[in-house]
Structure formats: C-alpha cells, structure tokens
Design a protein around this ligand. Structure first.
Ligand code: FE2
Ligand code: FE2
Length: 291
C-alpha cells in the first residue's frame, strides 16, 4: 500500500501480476471553469485529516521508498495535441505556478475523457473504464482548487484547445498512458504529497491533500492500464510501451537537471529543493521507469 502517514515517506508497494481487472469534437477549456466539462461518475475520497492515506500504486515487483519529490510542470495528464491559447498568466510567482498547475489540471479533463472512451472501445475491464471516468470529475475539482489559489495571487490560468481525435489504436493509447500516466502523473502524485505538508498556506496544504488522494489513484490507474494493455498487445509491439516509459522517464530526469526553484517560491508552495527533486526523479527512474 502507498501510505503517507505524515506525508514524509511514501511506499509504493509491489503488486505482481496486477488484476487488470470515440470520437470527440474539438475541446476548448480553461481552468476558470474547472475544465471543459465533467461526465464522471464521481469519486470517493477519505475524510480530510492530517494523516493522508491513499491507495497503492500498482507496479510490477517494485518497492520504492521516496521522501518527497518534485516536478514543476508535472501535475497532469496532457492530452495529445493540446495547445495553450492566450497570454501567459501574470501575477506573483506563486500565482503563475498555480495558474500553470490549474491549466494542466484542466487539460487532464479531456485526457481522461478520451482515455475512458478508448479503454471502453478496446475492451478494457470495466473497472478501469469507470476509474478513468471518475478521474474526469476529480481533475475538474483539482482545476477549481488550483485556479482559485492562482487567482488569489493575481494570476489567471491560460485556456487551451484540444483538437478532435477519434479512438486511437491501443498501442498509441498505451504509449501515451506510459508517458503521461506512469511517468508524469506518478511523479505529480508524489510532488503533491510533498506540498501537502510543506506549503506555507493552510488552504494550499488542504488543496494538495485532496489532490494527493486523487492523483495517487490516477497513478495507480496508469500502471494498471499499462499492465492490461501490455497483456493484450501483440508481443512484437508491446515493448514499444516500455520504450516510451523509459524515454519519458529519462526526459523528465533531464528536465529536472536544468530546473531550479526560487527558495521563496519553494517555501510558499511547499516544493522540494531542486537537489531533492533531481535525486528523487533519478530514483524513480531507476526503480520504476527504467525497469
Ligand atoms: Fe489532477
Ligand atoms: Fe491526475
């Protein structure tokens, strides 16, 4: 189980052989309205408390112990073809960071809607389809939380546009899931854990606690989709999914190698120092993504 008793340590438990078990018009959305729309079943979450307990992230025979991690710009599942429109957000540095987070959360809404549709068409277990639909509503809620915090700091999130796209072949779905879910959403969940206890503003800590609970489920969903997709893809192409995950993990480590976070910004938002972020991303790459 992934449990965050005090949000200081994360355990990603090993689950070997995990139970794995359309077309849409162009979408325009913004973080101001919680993303484009919501069609989810809704989702449950534990009652808020200082101790945050979330579900396990399912990986294959891996145990990872992490003491916080980070990844600016790593807070969502980006849909293919997403284009941000309008001027970059203004406001305080923390407001701009939160506005960027809100935009990424908003972009996750159509990404999960598309994933749910594609999983259904490709015959994935219904519980995976339901989890993807639930994530639509959760991402919409995250958008509202981040946009509210951004606006309180004088920043307005950018809008974005997602082109119309039909149901893609399963390989394309699995590759995107590996990059955006197994790598970026997984690290995003761990980042939120760090922020949930270290952000200076109690309201922000509460928002990140809520995000932690949901994002941990999203990360688990990504790994479960990964297990299922690899089990049904032809062997001759399944390795391409692993290649994509490794490549994205390497890219993320590379991005963090060049990243720096102003100390004041890190304190206000609870972001880990860059050295810790780099260390943890390398650890995650070694233990999770490069496997
Ligand atoms: Fe989110
Ligand atoms: Fe998510």
């Amino acid at each position: 189980m992934l449990s965050v008793a005090t949000c200081k340590r994360i355990e990603v438990g090993a689950v070997r052989g995990a139970d794995a078990g359309g077309t849409s018009g162009s979408t325009t959305g913004s973080a101001d309205d919680g993303g484009p729309t919501s069609d989810a079943d809704g989702a449950s979450s534990e009652a808020g408390s200082d101790a945050v307990v979330v579900d396990a992230i399912v990986v294959d025979a891996i145990t990872l112990h992490v003491t916080g991690t980070a990844g600016p710009g790593c807070t969502g599942r980006r849909p293919e073809g997403m284009v941000e429109v309008g001027a970059p957000a203004r406001g305080t540095p923390s407001g701009r960071w939160l506005a960027r987070a809100a935009a990424l959360e908003a972009a996750s809404v159509p990404a999960f809607r598309r994933l749910a549709r594609e999983l259904e068409v490709h015959g994935a277990p219904q519980r995976l389809v339901r989890a993807a639909r639930a994530a639509v509503a959760e991402e919409s809620r995250h958008t509202i939380l981040m946009a509210r915090a951004a606006r309180a700091r004088g920043a307005t999130p950018r809008a974005f546009r997602v082109p119309p796209m039909g149901v893609r072949p399963l390989l394309a779905v699995a590759v995107e899931n590996a990059r955006e879910g197994c790598v970026r959403e997984t690290l995003g969940a761990l980042t939120a854990v760090y922020q949930a206890t270290r952000a200076a503003d109690p309201a922000l800590r509460a928002a990140f606690k809520e995000i932690v609970r949901d994002e941990s489920r999203h990360a688990r969903l990504a790994w479960e989709v990964n297990v299922w997709a690899r089990s049904v893809l032809p062997t001759r192409v399944a390795h391409l999914v692993d290649d994509a995950r490794r490549e994205e993990g390497a890219r993320l480590v590379s991005e963090l190698a060049c990243a720096s976070t102003a100390p004041a910004l890190a304190r206000e938002l609870g972001l880990p120092p860059a050295a810790i972020a780099r260390s943890q991303a390398r650890h995650a790459r070694q233990a999770l993504w490069a496997a």
